[in-house]
Design a protein around this ligand. Structure first.
Ligand code: SAM
Length: 250
């Protein structure tokens, strides 16, 4: 998968060199290209923002550098130029006014060949950029949650990690993706490791029983209990046909 990120703070994205995403880049599974939006400006001051039409506080990101930057992602190139081709890319524009990014979104986007992220700053990007980009990209304004960040970079780090780990080969053991929180609409069960007794706290006895059916039932009950307690909204969304008799009793 190819991932282009445009930001006026490319250093922010250095974390994408670390851990599993960094390794996937080294292994050639993820082709992540981070570019400085200011490289696509033409004036001496490398200006990327201006005052808002209609007045109001803050500055708005100018359309011209964005058009230049996004065009390079479209042609498969960089500011320095390079050719390439692929399916229509998805342009993700982090915004608190976007659809909320969820695990289902991560699964959907992990199937794409190319994702392009446009990190906004100030009051955001001139709206016409999104309209113009719609001619060549699938444009998805995307929110990390109902709060406001200073810029899109933190949101991009979160989204690239959530999407990237679902790309085959990024996580060594794909089994570990199956029983995670949100994979089946529930939160994950609690996990424990050695020692079995720590500061007078034993682990649940059933986990030492060796009885796989009992352990599976315990974990499922814990998933249901924890989800009901912490995220009743998720319980309300569950498809009743996915619940067995024991689930209902729990
Ligand atoms: N004026 C904008 C509004 O109220 O919708 C907020 C702009 S915010 C200060 C600057 C940038 O941070 C946004 O353009 C976006 O890229 C990013 N951002 C802020 N909150 C976000 C969130 N919850 N999810 C994703 N990106 C966010």
């Amino acid at each position: 998968m190819r991932i282009d990120v445009f930001s006026i703070f490319p250093e922010y994205l250095a974390a994408l060199d670390l851990s599993l995403i960094g390794k996937a880049r080294q292994d050639g599974i993820l082709d992540v290209r981070v570019q400085d939006l200011r490289a696509f400006t033409t004036d001496r001051h490398r200006t990327v923002d201006d005052t808002p039409y209609g007045g109001g506080a803050g500055m708005v990101m100018k359309p011209e550098p964005w058009a230049e930057a996004l065009s390079t992602a479209l042609s498969g190139g960089t500011a320095e130029g390079e050719s390439g081709a692929g399916e229509r890319p998805t342009l993700i524009v982090p915004s608190p006014a976007g659809e909320v990014f969820a695990q289902a979104t991560a699964y959907e986007l992990a199937e794409k060949q190319q994702l392009v992220f446009a990190c906004g700053r100030y009051e955001g990007i001139d709206e016409r950029v999104l309209e113009w980009a719609g001619e060549n990209f699938d444009v998805r304004p995307m929110s990390l949650g109902d709060y406001v960040l200073n810029g899109g970079e933190v949101a991009v780090l979160a989204m690239v990690e959530a999407i990237g780990r679902l790309v085959p080969g990024v996580v060594g053991n794909p089994e570990s993706l199956v029983e995670e929180s949100h994979s089946d609409g529930l939160l994950e069960y609690p996990v424990y490791t050695k020692p079995s007794l720590w500061r007078d706290r034993p682990i649940p006895e059933v986990l030492l029983s060796g009885n796989h059916a009992k352990i599976a039932r315990f974990r499922r009950d814990e998933q249901l209990r924890r989800t009901a307690e912490r995220r009743p909204d998720l319980i309300a969304k569950l498809n009743p046909s996915t619940l067995d008799k024991a689930d209902r009793a729990a």
